[in-house]
Design a protein around this ligand. Structure first.
Ligand SMILES: C[S@@+](CC[C@H](N)C(=O)[O-])C[C@H]1O[C@@H](n2cnc3c(N)ncnc32)[C@H](O)[C@@H]1O
Length: 243
């Protein structure tokens, strides 16, 4: 297993991180995902499913990208205030309320890259999503970097382990899939080449950071993880290049 020191993620005030994350540590997921990235250093990047904006801050501050923070559930005004608090003006990060499944509000071929952390499974399981809803906004030769929570083996859905059911319903778990599922899904895109689909190293560490938070969702997730459900879960990294 590769070792990741996560220097960028660990440099953040962990009180702020715990306040803003909405699941397993998205900063560490992002840092591992972008380890050998090929996005131009002054590139324009969409943070798709940006949540409360902590990954958008990292994309702007630590990678130097101009970022559009696109999210459905969070309040863009709250995110704007957070970006200001983090010293970022709207020429660095722009918050938007957007539904990725219903048409993103951008010009075609606007982005050098799209990054999506712990969100893609909510809106992108339709095989047509990439060609119809996302890739039109990426420049030819641009990239899509995705980190999605998954199941180590989709066969587990046939007889869900009791540990998983301590925190989640079968319906919630139905969004989690193995790397083979994601490979098959993204292989169907006509307008992108699949660069890689692989299990990430950061899984356990990202979960531990999340379980150390004190909100109703992290508290809910503790029952499963404390019982050993982490053995069935992973994160899958997906990297695509627009044709
Ligand atoms: C588990 S949260 C992760 C947020 C953030 N990336 C993080 O890791 O902290 C999932 C995010 O997906 C976003 N989301 C769900 N459906 C969406 C859609 N149709 N369009 C855009 N964002 C969506 C939600 O708004 C939510 O912020």
């Amino acid at each position: 297993m590769a070792t990741h020191g996560f220097p960028k993620s660990n440099a953040y005030d962990q009180t702020v991180v715990r306040e803003k994350i909405m699941g397993p540590n998205p900063l560490k997921l992002l840092e591992e995902l972008l380890q050998d990235h090929a996005i131009p250093c002054d590139g324009t990047v969409m943070d798709l499913g940006s949540g409360q904006g902590i990954t958008s801050v990292m994309l702007a501050k630590d990678y130097g990208f101009r970022v559009f923070a696109c999210d459905l559930w969070s309040d863009p005004t709250d995110n704007l205030r957070f970006f200001e608090r983090m010293g970022l003006s709207t020429d660095r990060v722009v918050p938007l309320k957007t539904d990725a499944a219903n048409g993103l509000p951008f010009a075609r071929e606007f982005f050098d890259a799209v990054v999506s952390i712990d969100s893609y499974h909510y809106f992108a399981c339709d095989p047509a999503f990439l060609d119809e809803k996302l890739l039109p906004f990426v420049k030819p030769g641009g990239f899509v970097y995705i980190a999605v929570p998954g199941m180590k083996d989709d066969g587990l859905h046939e007889d869900l382990p009791a540990e998983l059911l301590l925190s989640w319903t079968p319906e919630e778990l139905s969004a989690l899939h193995d790397a083979a599922y994601w490979q098959t899904l993204v292989n169907q895109a006509q307008d992108a080449d699949v660069v890689s689909v692989h299990e990430m190293d950061v899984n356990e560490e990202a979960w531990n950071d999340w379980l150390a938070c004190d909100n109703e969702y992290s508290v809910n997730d503790r029952a499963s993880l404390d019982a050993g459900a982490g053995a069935y879960l992973n994160f899958v990294a997906i990297v695509l290049r627009k044709r």
